[in-house]
Design a protein around this ligand. Structure first.
Ligand SMILES: [Mn+2]
Length: 324
């Protein structure tokens, strides 16, 4: 049997010593964050540790019934006395809470630029997902997730790995998925929930964004803008612009893509960046954002057109200095 890594072992020992903990996830949580939370809530339950996921009132939780059905979710910040376990979050200010906690006891994440803000840090920059790390935690604890938690963990791995095609997908990713499938996860149903629920309005928005996408760096990059008028014209919600950037990145000859999405509240625009090799997290970092090398994002109060122009020149500059 393989020895348990020191950081994983430290988190196991910490968890076994808890009586009550608060879980927190990144802002605008995705299925990986919520799947990891479902897994941790189940593990805590099996260890007789009181636990709840804390999220600010304004946060929406995607696929909440599938991922968190029946779990304890509190729409308040954790009391200061509770030890906080942060999941899938690269930096403490990005937690989906009204205010970042004064201290974070345990930080479990896979973002390569994680700031190591926990008292204990279980960070695997090469893992496909935080759910994959939570699977390792279950194994190290000698526990198995119940079927609902297994389903949520599988959904998180599928989501963050782009259904097993991103570069972070490893043999270990498949081993975790295989383990979860063996516990009875309905993989066809999860796929349907994650990838086959797009509305006709979202498809119209996708078509409009693709139609208006502008080449940069001589066609090696594509940059699209989704303005508030586009949402209105298509009858689509702002969350329905997810995934457009992946379609642009997958075009033959395109090495990097960006979508600039105008917002009705908060920052004026949110930008999603994807690439096949270029480090787009470095571009996001220039504007106070972050993410992964090949999938990153940032927010800005500049106009969509200003941000698009900046991205086009930045992508052109970086792609021209990359060896092609
Ligand atoms: Mn993740």
């Amino acid at each position: 049997m393989r020895a348990v890594a020191a950081d994983l072992d430290a988190v196991c020992r910490a968890l076994r010593g808890e009586t009550e903990v608060a879980l927190a996830v990144h802002d605008k949580p995705d299925p990986d964050a919520l799947g990891a939370a479902a897994g941790m809530l189940d593990a805590c339950g099996q260890l007789r540790v009181e636990a709840a996921l804390h999220v600010a009132a304004d946060q929406s939780l995607p696929l909440e019934a599938l991922l968190l059905g029946g779990r304890r979710v509190l729409r308040t910040d954790p009391p200061a006395a509770l030890r906080v376990y942060a999941l899938d979050c690269g930096a403490a200010p990005r937690l989906a809470l009204a205010a970042p906690p004064a201290r974070v006891a345990v930080n479990i994440d896979h973002h390569h630029d994680n700031t190591g803000y926990g008292e204990l840090n279980l960070v695997r920059g090469t893992a496909s997902s935080t759910c994959e790390i939570v699977c390792d935690l279950f194994a190290a604890l000698g526990l198995e997730p119940d079927i609902a938690a297994a389903t949520a963990l599988y959904a998180g791995i599928s989501f963050d790995s782009g259904h097993f095609h991103h570069g972070s997908t490893s043999a270990h990713t498949f081993a975790c998925a295989s383990w979860l499938a063996g516990l009875g996860v309905d993989v066809t149903a999860v796929y349907g929930e994650l990838y086959e629920r797009r509305s006709a309005a979202a498809l119209r928005l996708w078509a409009r964004a693709v139609q208006g996408a502008q080449p940069a760096a001589g066609g090696r990059a594509l940059v699209a803008t989704v303005a508030r008028a586009d949402y209105a014209a298509c009858g689509a919600g702002e969350e329905e612009a997810e995934g457009i950037v992946e379609s642009l990145r997958a075009v033959e000859g395109v090495e990097a893509a960006a979508v600039v999405k105008e917002q009705s509240k908060g920052a004026r625009v949110r930008v999603s960046l994807r690439s096949s090799a270029l480090d787009v997290s470095a571009i996001a970092a220039l504007r106070g954002g972050g993410g992964h090398r090949l999938a990153a994002g940032f927010s800005s109060d500049d106009s969509p057109e200003e941000v698009r122009a900046w991205l086009s020149s930045e992508l052109a500059r970086r792609l021209s200095t990359e060896s092609s």
